[in-house]
Design a protein around this ligand. Structure first.
Ligand SMILES: [Mg+2]
Length: 199
């Protein structure tokens, strides 16, 4: 009989992915650059689940490099209700996440943590939770990352393509909130200025 090998995913409970990426270490009290993923780092194709289809967006890449240079941790915080909705699973999330990180690294952009929340009211079973504290616009993922990294939230930055990204940042106590993507074009240079100002 084939042995069941449990998937080696960095999950805290059934619906929260908390991944420390790479070996960069940060002293406590640094601000961080928080980024939404779909529609911010990569083109949002609607519940992306195919690693071969991942395409980076250009807008925030220079800001990621600036944060890397300035010694700010870069943290991706992404709602993944597609998992609660049964459209794909953590294996597909892992594959897309790995592809995003690899494409970023090929552009000299390095991410230090990835957090993903699968909880959503449309889900079934353990994932079917309404207004979960980890799901944006709630600040849980930002607070969890800050706890692990010793982040100074008041000086930290959030960039995302939806109002719920900015609201999560506001609820976490961040002062610098940037709407990017279609609705907020041309923020890249301004984010770099703030990264360098808070560093
Ligand atoms: Mg988004």
């Amino acid at each position: 009989m084939a042995e069941m090998v449990p998937p080696n995913h960095p999950l805290e409970g059934p619906g929260l992915w908390v991944e420390r990426v790479g070996m960069r270490r940060f002293p406590a009290g640094r601000p961080a650059l928080f980024l939404d993923r779909d529609g911010t780092v990569n083109v949002d194709t609607g519940y992306p689940s195919d690693p071969a289809a991942v395409v980076l967006r250009e807008e925030v890449l220079p800001a990621v490099r600036a944060a890397n240079r300035a010694g700010l941790p870069v943290v991706v915080v992404t709602n993944q209700s597609g998992i609660a909705r049964g459209l794909f699973g953590w294996d597909e999330f892992a594959a897309v996440n790995a592809r995003v990180l690899a494409l970023l690294a090929a552009r000299d952009c390095f991410v230090d943590m990835v957090l993903a929340c699968a909880y959503h009211e449309a889900g079934k079973g353990a994932l079917g939770i309404s207004d979960h504290p980890m799901r944006k616009p709630n600040p849980g993922m930002i607070l969890r990352a800050a706890e692990m990294l010793g982040t100074d939230l008041a000086r930290s930055i959030m960039a995302g393509d939806s109002a719920s990204d900015l609201e999560a940042g506001r609820r976490a106590g961040l002062s610098h909130l940037f709407l990017v993507g279609e609705a907020g074009t041309g923020q890249g240079a301004r984010i770099i200025e703030v990264v360098e100002a808070v560093a």
